[in-house]
Design a protein around this ligand. Structure first.
Ligand code: XMP
Length: 509
């Protein structure tokens, strides 16, 4: 398979480069900037891309690639810091520009070249740099300037080594994808053959070869990743796949039944009702992180137990995705604070003696959805809102009891019903109810009530890193509140959460 390797110098846009290239139907992988030329040679990519990064080539502890990569004889494209690395490596000069450029700039092409093939002579591009190339290295020609700098793109024709100071991978460079396409197809001679159909074919064969007539277990949660994973495995090995669905009692109203109903005739499915076990472990636990740990550990214990019961299983399949395995997140690997530990079925038993099968580990989340579509899964699975691994336990602030679960499930079901009826489900990243640990006074009929408060959370987001509270119509909010108070025994007040992330988070715990 044809491959492009992206060497990562720590840019926040590195994953975007990979996604743009895959959208152009060429497979690519992100590797640390320090990958040796020897190792790259073994992978035999069609081309290399050097990403941007926050460093300066003039600082002593700069991240620097193996210089032998420039002698591999394959095309190279350096982006931003990547361009500056090329300039430096070939004896040019990079300096702190008088005019730094952050944001949109105009690119003016002054030399025709394949990389700008079929593109206008002047284009909007996205810049984000302090340093820039001040003296061109020998053997390189200046291809374009920008409003702020004299050399915004260069090439060494004989070596097919390119550099661009702007970011072709971001949406703010409208012609950026066309430039990447020119690099891939006109310069590196790639073919656009990487599609989901070819992916499915390749993966099913690979899985069959590896598994032979052994059996594979896999946890099914009903979420997008695990459903796509099970479907792909089932396509490859049929009933040699055993899908295990653990009902922890912390799922939404009606969900366990829906999952069993949907999958029991499709997969070799084992259903474990562990509602009581989880509830008894969670009794009296208030701390959110302790709840997460307990739920994660309990899940592993039950899963292990089940695997033992079945016996003689050699493989465990996991829905690990590409962002979880990218080897280099930042070349400096600075520690970031743990806000919440996001437990997922992905973090399964390392101590279990299974061989791992992770067929999704080369894919981004949106590619998993495309794969699911290709496998014939319906939109109500593929486009569903994310649901946290610890489930409703982190939406019941304070003690998780059977009665408090009942209240939250009912309130949440009403909320989702109204959101769906009003056609808001797809516009939102998530919408859910939260049960608060306070009681307030109300009046129903002529009676005083002293009951629980439900908070409603509905947010817009594209990646959960940031989120805005959703401006749901007042009439919709009114209907939701009315129905919850009238229909859910034990609730006499509903409030709406109008905080964004940051500084709040999406979930309350
Ligand atoms: P926060 O609350 O951190 O949530 O803004 C960001 C996204 O992650 C989900 N979330 C979790 N998912 N295990 C998960 O699998 C967890 O422990 C967990 N906590 C939060 C949350 O629903 C949102 O989509």
């Amino acid at each position: 398979m044809e491959k492009i390797i992206i060497l990562d110098f720590g840019s926040q846009y590195t994953q975007l480069i990979a996604r743009k290239i895959r959208e152009l139907k060429v497979y690519c992988e992100i590797k640390p900037f320090s990958l040796s030329a020897e190792e790259i040679k073994k992978i035999a990519p069609k081309a290399l891309i050097l990403s941007g990064g926050p460093a300066s080539v003039n600082q002593t502890d700069r991240p620097y690639p193996d210089k032998k990569i420039f002698e591999l004889g394959i095309p190279i494209l350096g982006i931003c810091y990547g361009m500056q690395v090329i300039a430096d490596a070939f004896g040019g000069k990079v300096s702190y520009a008088k005019t730094r450029e952050y944001g949109r700039s105009k690119l003016l092409i002054n030399k025709k070249d394949a990389i700008f093939s079929n593109l206008p002579e002047s284009m909007t591009v996205w810049m984000s740099h302090g340093d820039s190339v001040a003296v061109l290295p020998k053997g390189f020609i200046n291809l374009a300037k920008s409003e702020g700098i004299p050399c915004a793109a260069f090439v060494n024709k004989t070596k097919k080594i390119y550099g661009v100071q702007f970011h072709p991978e971001v949406a703010h460079t409208p012609k950026g994808k066309a430039m990447l396409a020119n690099f891939l197809f006109k310069i590196a001679n790639c073919l656009p053959t990487w599609t989901m159909t070819s992916f499915i074919q390749e993966k099913t064969e690979e899985i069959r070869d590896r598994v032979g007539d052994e059996r594979v277990i896999c946890a099914l949660s009903g979420g997008v990743d695990s459903t796509v994973l099970c479907t792909l495995l089932h396509r490859a090995i049929g009933n040699q796949l055993i899908a295990i669905f653990v009902n922890n009692g912390l799922l939404r109203k009606g969900e366990p039944e829906a999952i069993v109903q949907r999958f029991k005739n499709l997969f070799n499915l084992r259903y474990i009702n562990a509602e009581r076990r989880f509830l008894s472990k969670l009794r009296g636990v208030i701390d959110p992180e302790r709840k997460r740990r307990i739920i994660g550990n309990e899940f592993i214990r039950i899963f292990e137990n089940e695997a033992k019961k079945i016996g003689g299983i050699k493989f465990l399949a996991q829905g690990t995705l590409y962002p979880d395995v990218i080897e280099s997140k930042s070349p400096w690997g600075g520690p970031s604070a743990t806000i919440k530990t996001h437990h997922n079925v992905g973090g399964l038993p390392k101590r279990m003696r299974f061989q791992l099968i992770e067929p999704l580990k080369e894919l981004f989340k949106d590619e998993v959805r495309v794969l699911g579509k290709e496998l014939g899964l319906p939109d109500d699975i593929l486009k569903r809102q994310p649901f946290p691994g610890p489930g409703l336990a982190v939406r019941i602030i304070g003690d998780v009891t059977k009665e408090r679960l009942r209240i939250l499930k009912e309130a949440d079901a009403i909320l989702l019903d109204e959101i769906r009826k009003a056609n808001w489900e797809r516009k939102l990243w998530q919408a859910f109810a939260v049960l608060l640990p306070v009681k307030t006074v109300g009046v129903m009929g002529d009676q005083r009530t002293y009951e629980a408060v439900i908070a409603i959370r509905a947010v817009y987001s594209s990646d959960a890193m940031t989120a805005d509270w959703a401006d749901l119509p007042h009439s919709l909010l009114g209907r939701i509140a009315n129905r919850i108070i009238n229909e859910v025994r034990g609730v006499n007040r509903v409030v709406y959460d109008i905080s964004s992330k940051p500084p709040s988070t999406i979930e309350w715990e």
